[in-house]
Design a protein around this ligand. Structure first.
Ligand code: UDP
Length: 238
């Protein structure tokens, strides 16, 4: 079923399958930060991220969000619909953290209501610069109608995730989404994991995400395992 390697990124590898409409995404244990300048590998990180992502895609599907998720091929391998990725990263921010509290007069930890949606141009070459709709249109990244749709979907995803994670004692300061086109539809793609979201413990406001790695805040795998424990407790049973 798993065939040749199509693409290998910083933390995931994508393989062809027997069916040209489906791909296999392997979540690896490697991780990078600061445009690839900081690198590491942490055992089981790929497994936890794959399981968290799968569960959150299932939750979103149940709530009417169309995603690329089909199922799991193994603990850290996801089967997804093949899409053409739109080169816009949607970042939704509920609480000021990271760069936004450095670039603008927001205080770290300050609630952002209504949530702030930011678009970045997905480009390693240009370092993912922030863009707006006019730049995206001029670059031919997406149509206005597509941008309306992905913004609206990102806010819907945010409402669903904030509610669900809140029930499990987690805050969602911010996260990044990617979308793709497939058969005339726009699907939520990529991943929703500790690598692409900030998760804070509600009680202690401790980071349970990639910031542990970015800023040497402690045991990365313990943080990812803690999120998995709350989001996908089934994987720890038996
Ligand atoms: N993010 C991501 N990939 C990126 C850029 C951002 O997953 O290429 C996520 C990141 O983990 C964080 C959120 O999006 O949860 C906001 O990140 P951004 O880079 O905008 O800001 P910073 O980390 O500098 O605050």
């Amino acid at each position: 079923m798993k065939k040749d390697l199509l693409y290998s990124g910083k933390a995931k590898s994508v393989y062809r399958t027997d069916d040209p409409r489906e791909l296999l995404v392997e979540f690896r244990d490697s991780l990078t930060a600061f445009d690839g300048k900081k690198k590491s590998s942490v055992e089981k990180k790929g497994f936890y991220n794959a399981q968290i992502s799968a569960e959150l895609f299932r939750l979103l599907e149940k709530n009417g969000v169309k995603t690329h998720f089909i199922g799991m091929a193994s603990g850290n391998e996801m089967i997804v619909r093949a899409v053409d990725i739109i080169k816009i990263e949607l970042i939704v921010r509920n609480i000021a953290a990271g760069s936004i509290a450095k670039k603008y007069p927001f205080k770290e930890g300050q609630p952002l209501r209504p949530p702030i949606v930011i678009m970045d141009y997905k480009s390693d070459e240009y370092g993912d610069p922030m863009i707006n709709e006019d730049i995206a249109l001029a670059l031919g990244l997406a149509s206005r109608a597509e941008m309306d749709k992905i913004r609206e979907t990102a806010l819907k995803v945010n409402d669903i995730l904030v509610g669900h994670l809140g029930e499990h004692g987690l805050l969602l300061p911010d996260f990044k989404l990617e979308f793709g086109r497939s058969g005339g539809e726009i699907l939520l793609a990529d991943e929703i994991s500790c690598d692409t979201c900030r998760f804070w413990d509600k009680a202690t406001r401790k980071s349970l995400d990639k910031d542990v790695f970015r800023f040497d805040k402690g045991d990365l795998v313990a943080a990812y395992r803690e999120v998995a424990r709350r989001v996908v407790p089934e994987i720890f049973r038996g």
